[in-house]
Design a protein around this ligand. Structure first.
Ligand SMILES: *Cc1c(COP(=O)(O)O)cnc(C)c1O
Length: 363
């Protein structure tokens, strides 16, 4: 978001740890994009073979006849999926760290015409790891039942979480069981769903519909797509009229094949999983390299593709001065060091070496 009179300089290729969306397009997704472009004139608005193919592939992947829609980004995916489940007087239970709560500028409330997000707090240790807990849900849902209280309708989980942790299959099942008992729908923000599947090493159906998830916002952007997320409805009743909702929200891509074709490249040969496994492995490598440095306090062991660590102020400044980009104070404290599908081991090692130098200097 810069403007200047002189043309912008193309920067040298260099890697950072600020976010997984700093990475480019993975070769397989790019190849599908080029293949789609080589197909000449094709129908718009998703009536093309690429969209049909990626949708069929997602159905095969999940081993169920789900409804699939493509949108430009995660905020739209989450906001519109939640809006599809809620009336304006309903509420959505989520973690205080949830992206829908902290980073979507009120999108879920806006697109649902006012459904309220209700944050579930808990003393349980897993709450400190960014997870919504059964006790927090029970508390919010049973606290009131009168007409003055926004009626709970959806439980929203982020998998992997905003703190780089992962709900186990049992945890997802336990939460979904409460949701079913209380007649709530289950939404999963899967901006980093691939990283969670890679960590758990389970079939993707095991932590979604087989565990009781009704709709998944399956992220592709952070895992190597140019743009675009898939909204996957396992409960197909919920997707009635969803196409109209997307269109009205400005999320129906005219040349939809250029969003869906990269998904084909991503899903073929399990590229999505290989990308996520690599990003996760780089986070493990980073964790191992920095956790014992003097002054570094890793907040919790990484379970997906991010390491969260408290670093001394001077060390942070030194690292920034050396040109490393990463965020401070993300999701309640500590620096967030995020690895991507293409993060090179050499990048991790160079960062760790610079960090070791900065820590030695500061101590
Ligand atoms: C990145 C992200 C999203 C999607 O964000 P957009 O910028 O709208 O694409 C959603 N949820 C989580 C947890 C994220 O990290």
């Amino acid at each position: 978001m810069t403007s200047s009179a002189s043309p912008a300089q193309i920067p040298e290729p260099r890697q950072h740890f600020a976010s997984d969306n700093l990475a480019g397009i993975c070769p397989q997704a790019l190849q599908s994009l080029l293949d789609a472009n080589a197909c000449g004139h094709q129908p718009g608005y998703g009536n093309d073979v690429w969209t049909q193919r990626s949708t069929d592939m997602l159905r095969e992947l999940f081993q169920t006849d789900c409804d699939v829609y493509y949108v430009f980004n995660g905020t739209a995916a989450n906001s519109l999926a939640l809006a599809a489940m809620c009336q304006s007087y309903h509420s959505v239970v989520c973690s205080p760290y949830a992206h829908i709560e902290t980073d979507e500028c009120g999108g879920p409330e806006f697109f649902s015409n006012g459904s309220k997000l209700m944050v579930g707090e808990s003393e349980s240790p897993s709450a400190r790891l960014g997870k919504l807990t059964p006790d927090a849900i029970e508390h919010l849902v049973t606290r009131r039942s009168d007409i003055h209280y926004p009626k709970p309708k959806v439980v929203s989980l982020t998998q992997a979480t905003e703190l780089g942790t992962v709900y186990s299959v049992e945890e997802v099942r336990a939460i979904a069981a409460i949701a079913k008992r209380r007649q709530l729908k289950v939404h999963m923000d899967g901006a980093r769903f691939a990283n969670a599947v890679a960590t758990l090493d389970v079939h993707p159906s095991e932590i979604t519909w087989r565990a009781g998830v009704d709709v998944l916002c399956f992220g592709g952007t952070k895992n190597g797509l140019p743009v675009g997320e898939a909204v996957v409805f396992f409960d197909r009743e919920l997707s009635q009229d969803f196409a109209w909702r997307l269109k009205q929200a400005g999320q129906l891509a005219s040349k939809m094949r250029f969003i869906s074709a990269p998904w084909v490249g991503m899903l073929e040969n399990d590229t999505w999983l290989h990308n996520a496994r690599h990003a996760n492995a780089m986070a493990q490598r980073l964790h191992a390299a920095i956790r014992e440095l003097p002054g570094v306090q890793v907040l919790h062991p990484p379970q997906a593709n991010a390491v969260f660590a408290q670093l001394p102020r001077r060390v942070i400044d030194t690292m920034h001065a050396r040109g490393w980009q990463f965020y401070e104070f993300i999701a309640g404290g500590g620096c967030r060091l995020m690895c991507a599908w293409d993060t090179a081991p050499q990048t991790v090692d160079a960062f760790a070496a610079d960090l070791a130098g900065a820590c030695a200097q500061a101590s």
